[in-house]
Design a protein around this ligand. Structure first.
Ligand SMILES: [Zn+2]
Length: 67
């Protein structure tokens, strides 16, 4: 099942910070929910999140949501 995202129609009241675990080395890193750039692991340079229409698509494992 796929989830359709309609950009620009759903108001996003605030951004969040996510604690993401790197799939390659297990490093945990805080990733901004609405980052405009590719976020890489500080340890092994694995890509943790990529920008996608104003929101980040997280490629690592989200272990916590920081509000
Ligand atoms: Zn890593």
């Amino acid at each position: 099942m796929s989830r359709v995202e309609i950009e620009g129609m759903i108001p996003q009241p605030r951004s969040r910070f996510l604690l993401v675990s790197c799939l390659s080395c297990g490093n945990k890193q805080v990733v901004f929910d609405s980052a405009k750039t590719v976020v890489r692991c500080a340890v092994c340079r694995e890509v943790l999140a990529v920008p996608r229409g104003g929101k980040s698509k997280v490629l690592g494992k989200v272990v916590a949501v920081l509000t």
